[in-house]
Design a protein around this ligand. Structure first.
Ligand SMILES: [Zn+2]
Ligand SMILES: [Zn+2]
Length: 124
């Protein structure tokens, strides 16, 4: 997943090297997801290999590195997991939803309005 500009300074300066090391040396180019993504499409470790066709969709796999606790500053190898884009997207989805909800609530509060729970899930 591309790093969002507002989050770029939360990553260490050597993030590119850390990410490359995880993807190539530890993961050997293969998605390390063991089902944390919740997709339910693979049993055991995800078979997707960087640069090859993804099972199911046939699109090209681009291996990324996920932070399991969604904290970019925490680059302990135990917190990092090489993931194909499908697993990564799925793994991050609940966190992204929550971040959007908080951003909306803060914007409403700043505008002097109270946030309403109605329609919260419709604006995703
Ligand atoms: Zn995967
Ligand atoms: Zn997965």
């Amino acid at each position: 997943m591309p790093i969002r500009p507002e989050n770029r300074d939360r990553y260490p300066a050597d993030w590119d090297a850390i990410s490359l090391d995880i993807r190539t040396n530890r993961a050997a180019g293969r998605c390390e997801c063991l089902g944390e993504c919740g997709r339910g499409t693979h049993i055991g470790r995800c078979p997707n290999l960087n640069g090859s066709q993804a099972y199911g969709t046939g699109s090209k796999v681009v291996l990324t590195v996920a932070h399991l606790n969604h904290t970019p500053e925490d680059c302990d190898p135990a917190n990092l997991r090489a993931m194909c884009q499908a697993c990564h997207n799925s793994y991050d989805a609940p966190h992204r939803r929550e971040t959007r909800r908080r951003t909306r609530a803060a914007a409403l509060a700043a505008a002097g309005q109270t946030s309403l729970p109605i329609g919260d899930d419709l604006a995703i």
